[in-house]
Design a protein around this ligand. Structure first.
Ligand code: ATP
Ligand code: MG
Ligand code: ZN
Ligand code: MG
Length: 474
C-alpha cells in the first residue's frame, strides 16, 4: 500500500460505528478507519489537521500502552496513523455514501484532515487462501458484564437488573430500536456454556449493534435496520450450512437448521472460552463462578444442568470483564471525584497536562491508574486515578470482540502456515470441519474526560425509565 498512490477503486465500504467509518482494501487484508463528525459541522471541521492526527495517535497509544496491558497483548491490534491524500479521501467519501445505513448518516466522514487509522482486516485474514472456503468472522459488542456492588448506588434496581437490560427498555421507549433484545451480557460473561449459548442465540435473534457476522470479509448478518439486504435468519443459515455439513448428525445426509445453528454457537462459545494460547480442550483455572444473575434475563436458572465454573482466566471474556470492573464506584460514586478533578483543573489549568487528563496515554498513565490508593485520602491524585480507571472501564464496556474462524480442509492438516502464534488449530470442534481461529478485541478508543457528566445523566434517565415502565414492556 503506497500512501501517495492511493486509488479509491481499491477500497470499499466495510462498516461504521458512532465515531468512525471503516473501508476495506479489495485485495490486501487492510482497513482504514476514518473519523466522523456531526453533519452540521460538515462545512466546518471541528478540529485542525494536527488535532485530528493527535486524536488518532492517542487512540493508537491508548490501545497499545494501556488497553493492551490490561486486556492482553495477544488480543490487540493497535494499528498505525496514516496521512492520506485529500483527493483520495474525498473520492472515497462520495463512493461510500450510498452504502451507508440511513440511521448512521447524522454524521459525516472526515474529509479534511486526511488522517486515518490503518489496521489489519480482522474479517479477512491474510493467511486465508482465496481458493478455499472463506473465513467466518463474528463480531460481538458484549457491553457491561457485571452488576455494580458499589455502596454509592442509590437505586436498588441497579444491583438486580443489568445496565444492558435496563437500557433496552429505554431504547425501545425512545424509539431507537423497534424491538427489545433478550440478550443479557451477564449470561455471556457467566462462563456457563448453557447461559452463553442462550445469550448468543438472543444476539442472533435481535442483533441490533451487538452482533455482526462476516463471510470472506463481507457482512452477511447484522441489524435489519442497518441494511435493506435480506439479512434474515434463513439467509444466515444458508451461509452457515456448508461449514457445518459434516457433523455426525448427518442422518440421511440432512442436517437440520437447528443443528447448524447449535454447532455454530458451540464453536463460538468454545472460541470465547479458549485461552488464545495452549490447548483449548481442557479449560483450567476457572474464575468467578458465574454467580451473578440479572433479574431481567429470560434464562431460566433451573435449567442449569452443570454448575457454573466461571470464566477461564486467560479467556477474552475474563480479561474484558476484569477491565470493565475497574469501574468500582459506579458512575454515582465516580461523579463527585470527577467534580473534584474538574474544580482542581479550573483552579490550576496547567495541571491538565501533568495529570494526563487527555493523554499522552503512555506507561505513566497506566501507572497512575494501577497505583491508585484503596481509600479516598481526599487528594486530587486519588480522584484522578479513579477517573482514569473509570474511563478505561468505559472503553472495555464498549469494545467489540472479533472471533475469526478459518475452516481447515483435510489437506491442510499439517500446513505450517497456520501454526503462527495467534492461530490455534483444531480444538474447536470434535468433528470436522475443524476451524483455526483467532480472537481479537477492537474499538479501544479512550473515552473523553468531559463525557462523564453525560454518563451520569444517561444513567439516571435509563434507571428512571425502567422504574417507570416497571420493566413491564413486552
Ligand atoms: P462504536 O460506535 O461501537 O464505538 P466506532 O465508531 O468506534 O464504533 P469501530 O467499532 O472501531 O467504530 O468500527 C466500526 C466497524 O468497522 C466495526 O463494528 C467493525 O465491524 C468494523 N471494523 C473496525 N475495525 C476493523 C478491523 N480491524 N477489521 C475488520 N473490521 C473492522
Ligand atoms: Mg464499535
Ligand atoms: Zn441483563
Ligand atoms: Mg468506538
Amino acid at each position: 500500500m503506497e500512501l501517495d498512490k492511493m486509488d479509491e477503486n481499491d477500497w470499499k465500504y466495510h462498516g461504521e460505528g458512532n465515531k468512525s467509518l471503516v473501508v476495506s482494501h479489495v485485495q490486501l487484508s487492510r482497513v482504514l478507519r476514518l473519523l466522523k463528525y456531526p453533519a452540521e459541522d460538515s462545512e466546518n471541521p471541528p478540529q485542525t489537521v494536527e488535532q485530528a492526527f493527535r486524536q488518532i495517535q492517542n487512540i493508537v497509544d491508548f490501545s497499545s500502552n494501556v488497553m493492551s496491558s490490561l486486556l492482553g497483548e495477544k488480543f490487540i491490534h493497535s494499528g498505525e496513523v496514516v496521512k492520506l491524500p485529500l483527493e483520495f479521501v474525498r473520492q472515497l467519501s462520495i463512493k461510500v455514501q450510498h452504502q451507508r445505513p440511513a440511521w448512521r448518516c447524522e454524521k459525516v466522514m472526515d474529509i479534511y484532515s486526511g488522517c486515518a487509522l490503518c489496521l489489519p482486516n480482522l474479517t479477512a485474514p491474510a493467511l486465508h487462501q482465496p481458493a478455499h472456503t472463506p473465513p467466518l468472522c463474528i463480531e460481538i459488542k458484549p457491553k457491561c458484564g457485571f452488576l455494580p456492588s458499589s455502596k454509592h448506588v442509590s437505586k436498588d434496581i441497579k444491583t438486580k437488573v443489568c445496565r444492558f437490560c435496563m437500557h433496552q427498555h429505554y431504547k425501545v421507549a425512545s424509539g431507537k430500536w423497534k424491538r427489545r433484545s433478550l440478550y443479557c451480557p451477564l449470561d455471556l460473561f457467566s462462563g456457563n456454556r448453557q447461559r452463553m449459548h442462550f445469550a448468543i442465540r438472543h444476539l442472533i435473534e435481535e442483533p441490533q449493534n451487538n452482533l455482526k457476522i462476516f463471510k470472506g470479509g463481507q457482512c452477511i448478518y447484522s441489524s435489519k435496520e442497518g441494511s435493506d439486504d435480506a439479512m434474515d435468519l434463513t439467509s444466515l443459515l444458508h451461509h452457515l450450512r456448508p461449514y457445518f455439513q459434516h457433523g455426525n448428525k448427518r442422518i440421511n445426509s440432512h442436517v437440520t437448521s437447528k443443528a447448524v445453528l447449535n454447532d455454530f454457537i458451540q464453536v463460538l462459545v468454545n472460541a470465547l472460552l479458549s485461552g488464545g494460547g495452549g490447548d483449548g480442550g481442557v479449560v483450567t483455572d476457572r474464575q468467578g463462578g458465574g454467580r451473578s444473575f440479572c433479574e431481567a434475563s429470560v434464562f431460566n436458572k433451573e435449567r442449569i444442568r452443570h454448575g457454573s465454573q466461571g470464566l477461564p482466566s486467560d479467556s477474552v471474556l475474563f480479561r474484558t470483564l476484569q477491565t470493565q470492573m475497574l469501574d468500582t464506584l459506579d458512575i454515582e460514586g465516580l461523579y463527585p471525584l470527577f467534580r473534584r478533578v474538574e474544580q482542581h483543573l479550573q483552579d490550576f489549568p496547567k495541571e491538565r497536562t501533568r495529570l494526563q487528563m487527555d493523554g499522552p496515554y503512555n506507561e505513566a498513565f497506566l501507572e497512575k491508574l494501577q497505583k491508585c490508593p484503596t481509600e479516598d485520602d481526599g487528594s486530587v491524585e486519588y480522584a484522578v486515578a479513579k477517573v482514569h480507571q473509570y474511563r478505561v472501564a468505559m472503553t472495555a464496556k464498549d469494545c467489540s470482540i472479533m472471533v475469526t474462524l478459518v475452516p481447515r480442509s483435510e489437506e491442510e492438516e499439517d500446513d505450517e502456515g497456520l501454526s503462527s502464534q495467534r492461530w490455534l488449530r483444531d480444538f474447536l470442534s470434535s468433528r470436522p470441519p475443524a476451524f483455526s481461529y483467532s480472537v481479537s478485541i477492537l474499538d479501544l478508543d479512550p473515552k473523553p474526560f468531559d463525557s462523564i457528566p453525560r454518563q451520569l445523566r444517561l444513567d439516571q434517565k435509563i434507571v428512571s425509565c425502567y422504574l417507570r415502565t416497571g420493566g413491564a414492556l413486552p
